[in-house]
Design a binder for this molecule. Structure first.
Ligand code: SAH
Ligand code: SF4
Length: 447
């Protein structure tokens, strides 16, 4: 037993990568590897990488180099370094020049083979470089680590949208959806295991099933989930929704459900119609606003989240003002903002990256200020509401979230532990944070 190889998986990037890393670790453990206590002690260091922005690549290369040297020093011998994921799919052999000690290099389509590739590399001393075409089916699942309250359940992988700035379709391949019945079986299993929050994942979750020949398959899936699990004490979320595929029926199904959470992550990317067209997003500002106001109208307490890019090629101050206009109107509860970064192979990379860095930075600053202002406005809708929060452990910290995915800072409350639900009254503190004051149980017989 002692000479089992230990493995650590280090993850960069999106939720899909986090979910895939869980799957990957599970495969290694199943194959007889053990989990390393610390990354620096691991015999095998697996890096599941991201390529969505240049910054992600630079950072990953730095972290990999740092961890390799730290492990070499701690162990007195080199660890077996394995690269997989979007950065390696995109850059391939180029990485072997930048990181010459990599022993196994694969992309996004070979992760099931990794344990055997690592064994071969360890046994023969040879370097393994294996890239395959996308497999026609998607069967992977997030494997939940013990004690967790929340789990990912990937329902589709890949993307056909080819937004002009985005590398994801090139690194993940076309969308492949998991069969409906398999998803329901997996859900059954995680519910039985006691998970409270289940996050359905897809690069474009609401186009689920288009590749199986059913463009409305996401609606049927949600309806079946409600039918089968509606009586359970669980919360089911889904990310990320593409605004173009955000059909009104989806909003109605969520509205009528107790377990499907009213949080819609709808990346806007830009507010100007000209930029949206250049981005190949497939909707106009007006269409985006229509779907956002439909959500606000049908589910007034629902939360809307977004991703926004500033400084796309040719973005003028007027174009940027259109983004701010949407921010003012929608009042997003959650937002992730990025400076445009040209990516290899994408269509936008052929355009001149002509918005200077300082301008991108300044637009980000203004955008983040406006998002914050709008959020504080929007908080008024939530203030005073009595609602349930779920206690979750995120990065080792106990945090509370509402069904709408609002992060709530608890004021008071005893015996709090991850996995429990708690009724709170939402309020706002002097720093503008959303706080939750536990509501005491009134039905205590004393009255
Ligand atoms: N599938 C999701 C998210 C994909 S990547 C979607 O359709 O929105 C996550 C976010 O990264 C994107 O929403 C976008 O805002 C940002 N992003 C992607 N490519 C980028 C690039 N080249 N430069 C800057 N931000 C980018
Ligand atoms: Fe990238 Fe667009 Fe696909 Fe999202 S929908 S992953 S932004 S190409």
């Amino acid at each position: 037993m002692e000479d089992r190889l230990s493995v650590a998986v280090v993850t960069f990037g999106c939720q899909m990568n986090k979910s895939r890393s869980e799957h990957l670790l599970h495969l290694f453990l199943q194959d007889g590897f053990s989990e390393a206590q610390e990354e620096e002690e691991a015999d095998v260091l697996v890096f599941n990488t991201c390529a969505v922005r240049e910054h992600a690549v630079t950072r990953a290369v730095g972290v990999i180099a740092h961890l390799y040297h730290a492990a070499l020093q701690r162990r007195g011998k080199p660890p077996c370094v394995v690269l997989c994921g979007c950065m390696s799919e995109l850059l391939r052999e180029e990485l072997l020049v930048r990181l010459p000690y990599v022993r196994v290099l694969t992309g996004t389509h070979n992760i099931d083979e990794l344990p055997s590739l690592v064994r071969e590399a360890c046994n023969t001393g040879e370097r393994k470089v294996v890239f395959s075409p996308p497999s026609p089916h998607f069967t992977e699942r997030g494997y939940r680590r013990k004690g967790r309250v929340s789990t990912y359940l990937p329902i589709a992988f890949g993307c056909n949208n080819f937004c002009s700035y985005c590398v994801v379709p090139y690194t993940t391949g076309p969308q492949r959806s998991k069969p409906h019945d398999v998803i329901l079986e997996e859900l059954e299993e995680v519910v039985r295991e006691g998970f409270r929050e289940i996050i359905l994942l897809g690069q474009n979750v609401n186009s689920y099933g288009k590749d199986l020949g059913n463009p409305q398959a996401f609606e049927s899936l949600l309806e079946d989930i409600e039918r089968r699990f509606g009586g359970e004490k669980i919360w089911v979320r889904f990310i990320t929704s593409h605004p173009r595929d955000m059909r009104r029926e989806i909003v109605e199904i969520v509205r009528g459900s107790r377990i499907l959470c009213p949080y819609f992550h709808l990346p806007l990317q830009a507010g100007s119609d000209r930029i949206l067209a250049l981005m190949n997003r497939g909707y106009t500002q007006k269409e985006y606003l229509q779907i956002a106001s439909f959500i606000r109208e049908r589910i007034p307490e629902a939360a809307i989240g977004t991703d926004i890019i500033v400084g796309f090629p040719t973005e003028s101050e007027d174009d940027f003002a259109e983004t701010l206009r949407v921010v003012r109107e929608v009042q997003f509860e959650i937002a992730y903002t990025y400076a445009y970064s040209p990516r290899p192979r994408t269509k936008a990379a052929q355009l001149k990256d002509d918005v200077p860095q300082e301008v991108k930075k300044e637009r980000l600053r203004v955008l983040n200020d406006r998002l914050r202002e709008a959020y504080l406005h929007r908080l008024r809708v939530h203030e005073g509401r009595v609602t349930e929060v779920l206690l979750l452990e995120e990065d080792g910290e106990l945090i509370a979230r509402t069904r709408e995915n609002l992060r709530v800072f608890l004021e008071g409350g005893e015996n709090l532990r991850a996995g429990s639900f708690l009724e709170v009254r939402l309020a706002r503190n002097s720093q503008g944070k959303c706080i939750g004051i536990p509501v005491l149980c009134r039905d205590d017989g004393k009255n």
